[in-house]
Write a protein that binds this ligand. Structure first.
Ligand code: BGC
Length: 270
């Protein structure tokens, strides 16, 4: 891959104040892109992402932008600010996502709506704004073969059912069909849409599991490769998916899961 494959491009990463989003923002900047770091409530985390980017000696510029992706006005303002600052956006990484777990018969409507609103409706607002921007301007052949690129951060639970987390699995399953429907429709406009579907990556979202030795042991039984993933492994793939190296890939979900989707529970069973 070129040394700075995303030079002269601008990338917005939602939910980049921690975890996978933070690692993606850092990786995008390292690849030469200007980065919009979006956060919902963790301003300190967003600043930390910016500091980590600066420490890497990245030459890219940074804009920190607060927005609740589940609020249409917030998303519109965030895109307007980003476009005012950088002229346009080339890459959207729709990463912001939450879990609100409960047995289904005990799930409150707040828990249901929170997850669907952030994980699915938030993607609708952000992706619509990105596609509108890609269509508004001309192609930028000196920076990329594609008019624009969208990467959804999904989950293995777009295909693996997850009892006790039905709202989350429903949001991720919905996200897969949203991505594929858009890839089908916007290919002719040279807009690429893909998903990265991580398995168990070590972040705050699943800290209660990997911090507890017993729970971690049980989790590892679900991963043929017998380790958790690291956020940097998602960052690298996101850069590649945003670059011209993957120009013929659209409508795909790339699983980064140590084989979790190979259902290791079936080894010697079934
Ligand atoms: C969830 C994690 C979980 C992983 C594998 C992810 O989408 O956010 O909490 O560990 O899937 O089940």
């Amino acid at each position: 891959m070129q040394q700075l494959p995303l030079k002269h491009q601008t990338c917005l990463v939602t939910g980049s104040s921690s975890g996978i989003g933070q690692a993606i923002a850092i990786a995008m900047a390292k690849a030469g892109a200007n980065v919009i770091i979006n956060y919902h409530s963790d301003e300190e985390g967003a600043k930390e992402t910016a500091d980590k980017i600066k420490k890497n000696d990245a030459t890219s510029e940074i804009l920190i932008q607060q927005a609740d992706v589940s609020k249409e006005e917030d998303v519109e303002t965030m895109f307007a600010e980003a476009i005012r600052r950088f002229g346009t956006i080339d890459i959207l990484v729709a990463n912001a996502g939450v879990q609100q777990d409960a047995p289904f018969h005990e799930m409150t409507s707040e828990q249901w709506h929170k997850v669907i609103d952030v994980n699915l409706t938030g993607l609708f607002y952000c992706t619509r704004a990105a596609i509108r921007e890609f269509m508004r301007r001309d192609m930028r052949p000196t920076v990329s073969k594609a008019r624009g690129k969208v990467i959804f951060i999904s989950s293995v639970h777009e295909v693996i059912p997850w009892s006790g987390h039905a709202n989350y699995a429903a949001s991720k399953g919905g996200l897969e069909m949203l991505m594929k429907s858009l890839a089908q429709g916007y290919g002719k406009h040279k807009i690429r849409l893909n998903s990265i579907a991580p398995g168990a990556i070590k972040t705050d979202i699943n800290k209660d599991v990997w911090e507890d030795e017993e729970k971690k042991k049980e989790l590892l039984k679900l991963i043929p490769y017998e380790r958790l993933g690291e956020v940097e492994e998602i960052g690298k793939t996101a850069v590649w998916l945003a670059s011209d190296e993957s120009d013929y890939i659209t409508g795909a979900s790339i699983f980064i899961d140590g084989g979790m989707t190979c259902y290791p529970g079936f080894i010697g069973n079934g």
